[in-house]
Design a protein around this ligand. Structure first.
Ligand code: G1P
Length: 277
């Protein structure tokens, strides 16, 4: 619902808030595209139809930019567009939890492995986080993969937390997962961040609609029930992660992405240095 960003998110979905000049959701789509994903399913909700418009042609704007020879601006619009027929939208009719949101896409996903990207988690790096996870997926022989990061122990109640098994480089075997545990009960400080590669078996687990932490249908709980039935690993990618669902994380993302942009960094740096705090 984007309540942390009100009033900005009263009429604009939080996924459309810009990091520099692109809505946060477009970064996730670009990351997926770069990883070789060919079909994009958006699970949205009431009031989020502008997301659909964002991934559609804007004919008047495109004609205007082309008539005025604004090639760079025109290309920035066209580059973000998925190819025709590769995008579908479905709605989560009630906010019953992340597991429920994923379950809403079951018929569109069908009987094959798929990736889940939570756009609030902006992952910046080359190769992208999902590309690195797909590489890990291939090296461990499939199953379920989550992206993970070490967090301070006091933050475990904000994340799904992993009980780690054997470790091989940046890939850790997952023995158990628990959603938002108290720091004292957390099995480790290795936390899930918003990227998953899952198998279609997850849908029959989600079908049970069992409520977990916060009274919500949790993806973490459904994944936990599949441990032992398929390989399950966590990957610590080399990407920087910004929590764009949080004001400070969102501002951090804006500054970091702006500083990585050659067209902006030179002008921005002296401004940042000059800010008195
Ligand atoms: C969700 C997941 C949680 C994960 C987190 C990553 O939580 O349920 O396991 O660690 O995303 O951002 P949410 O942030 O939606 O509460």
């Amino acid at each position: 619902m984007g309540t942390r960003f009100l009033p900005a998110t009263k009429a604009v979905p939080k996924e459309m808030l810009p990091v520099v000049d692109k809505p946060v959701i477009q970064y996730a789509v670009e990351e997926a595209k770069e990883a070789g994903i060919e079909q994009f399913i958006f699970v949205t909700g009431r009031g989020k139809h502008v997301i659909e418009d964002h991934f559609h042609h804007a004919y008047e704007l495109e004609t205007l930019l082309s008539e005025r020879d604004k090639t760079a601006e025109l290309n920035s619009l066209l580059e973000g567009l998925p190819i025709t027929g590769s995008v579908s939208f479905t709605r989560q009719q009630k906010p019953l939890g992340l597991g429920h949101a994923v379950w809403c896409a079951r018929h569109l996903v069908g009987d094959e492995p798929f990736a889940v990207l939570l756009p609030d988690d902006l992952l910046v790096g080359k190769p992208g986080a999902l590309a690195q996870m797909i590489q890990a997926y291939q090296s461990v022989g499939g199953g379920a993969i989550v992206a993970a990061e070490e967090k301070p122990r006091e933050e475990t109640r904000r994340y799904g937390v992993i009980d780690p098994g054997a470790r091989n480089g940046n890939i850790t075997e997952v023995k158990a997962v628990v959603e938002k545990p108290d720091p004292a009960q957390a099995p480790s400080t290795l936390c899930i961040i918003g990227r998953y590669i899952l198998q279609p078996e997850i849908f029959s687990e989600l079908e049970r609609r069992e409520k977990g932490a916060g009274g919500e249908i949790q993806l973490t709980d459904a994944m936990a029930r599949l441990i032992g039935h398929m390989p399950f690993h966590a990957v610590q990618t080399s990407c920087a992660r910004y929590d764009c669902g949080d004001k400070v994380g969102f501002l951090h993302a804006n500054i970091a992405v702006a500083l990585s942009r050659p067209d902006i960094a030179a002008a921005l740096k002296p401004i940042l240095r000059g800010i008195k705090v």
